[in-house]
Design a binder for this molecule. Structure first.
Ligand code: SF4
Length: 270
């Protein structure tokens, strides 16, 4: 999308850097972003087998391209939608105890958008914990519950299956009494984790910069996280860890400023 919309034509995903250009580079900003976690790893949710289990990005794509949300099994409009939070995050069984930071906001905003589009649509959010986001979070959260009638269930589904008619069945533990319950939906939407990605790992190795246990870029300076462990190499955006769009934009501005300052220092030494 950004390739088509950049007014300067500055985005290229296929650009090859020539070796002679590389040798003249004084500063680098790494902004490689994140990779979505592969939801097929969570086999009990049946992503890739159950057509009506999709990711939040796929839900967004449906809205962007068709203007409404539908079941992939028969293209009928989805009237009962479940959003499952923390899929691939805060999960020691897959060796990722980290919170992906942005999916609570994303899931709630998505749920609210679905209700604004069609107030008759039923939306339930299965969650483990809520990561507060920004100013006005409590107000937003309460509005979602009270004004938009979005159902919150504090439980992590143990299994998601789909029957021949395309109905989705979610098994979960009732947070009130601990019994196993089932709920039926047209669509299950997975809020999947954000990963640093395998390409970033290779890049970090080549540039010899520090990475955290989570695989994201680590800064030696907690006050200036834009800096990496190598002079002249800076990092911005989600290659440092999960974060929202406004924080990424602020990071990019900060990185540009740091590069200018760094280049000035080099020039003064000449
Ligand atoms: S931001 Fe929310 S949904 Fe995402 S991993 Fe953290 S607690 Fe779970």
């Amino acid at each position: 999308m950004c390739v088509d919309n950049c007014p300067f034509g500055a985005i290229s995903f296929s650009h090859k850097i020539q070796k002679e250009i590389l040798s003249n580079i004084s500063a680098i900003v790494i902004a490689t972003g994140f990779e979505p976690w592969d939801p097929k790893i969570k086999v009990e949710y049946g992503y890739g087998i159950n057509k009506n289990v999709i990711t939040a990005t796929e839900l967004e794509k449906q809205i962007y391209t068709k203007g409404y949300v539908f079941r992939l099994s028969d293209k009928k409009r989805a009237k009962k939608i479940a959003i499952i939070q923390c899929v691939g995050s805060r999960d020691r069984s897959i060796d990722n105890p980290n919170c992906s930071q942005v999916c609570c906001a994303y899931g709630m905003k998505m749920a609210r958008f679905l209700k604004e589009q069609d107030s008759k649509v039923e939306v339930s959010i299965f969650y483990m914990d809520i990561q507060p986001f920004g100013k006005g979070f409590t107000k937003f959260f309460n509005e979602c519950k009270e004004d938009y009638d979005i159902q919150y269930l504090r439980s992590t589904p143990s299994q998601i299956s789909q029957d021949k008619e395309g109905k989705i069945k979610i098994r979960y533990e009732d947070p009130q009494d601990g019994t196993i319950k089932k709920k039926y939906f047209d669509l299950a939407v997975l809020s999947i984790a954000l990963n640093p990605g395998t390409k970033f790992e290779k890049l970090a190795e080549n540039l010899d910069i520090w990475i955290k246990d989570s695989g994201f870029c680590e800064s030696p300076d907690s006050m200036q996280v834009i800096k990496t462990s190598q002079k002249g190499i800076f990092a911005a955006g989600t290659c440092q860890g999960p974060k929202g769009i406004s924080e990424c934009i602020a990071n990019a501005e900060n990185a540009a400023l740091e590069v200018i300052l760094f280049l000035k220092t080099l020039k003064n030494k000449e």
